[in-house]
Design a protein around this ligand. Sequence first.
Ligand code: DUT
Ligand code: MG
Length: 151
Amino acid sequence: MHALQAKILDPRIGTEFPLPQYATPGSAGLDLRAMLEQDIVIKPGETVLIPTGLSVYIGDPNLAALILPRSGMGHKHGIVLGNLVGLIDSDYQGPLMVSCWNRGQSEFTMPVGERLAQLVLVPVVQAHFEMVEEFVETERGAGGFGHSGTK
Ligand SMILES: O=c1ccn([C@H]2C[C@H](O)[C@@H](COP(=O)(O)OP(=O)(O)OP(=O)(O)O)O2)c(=O)[nH]1
Ligand SMILES: [Mg+2]
């Protein structure tokens, strides 16, 4: 298991609420909590930036972290991310924030400490451009956007 440097920014993390953790041994995501001062109502269509009470420093440019919605929140309550996916750069050291979008039709009350999203550490391959005049020919070529048909 990888060691990820973290700072607790909200003293309720690690006391009142546990550190983000994998819910099961095989979980891919660490659940992040809504470290709000008080429960908030998110109206349909509204987007709110919610602190997680934590910062992380990944340090390795061959890694990044993604903030992803939790499927229960997204499917049942319409609570997804305002940026659809959050990308945490390996050199970012600021507070981990979650952009929370109520894409549903009803108000949602986000309770203090609710697990609202999840953090997934992923490998990254950085590239430099190698400019060429022609690519080696492939079967697909420039075909895309449904080019291969639907069946
Ligand atoms: O959901 C998110 C997305 C990003 N970040 C932080 C970490 C990330 O490294 C930084 C910048 O994010 P991104 O590169 O996606 O945003 P940008 O709009 O390109 O800002 P910048 O110009 O700072 O890169 O903001 C979060 O805390 N939560
Ligand atoms: Mg950026």
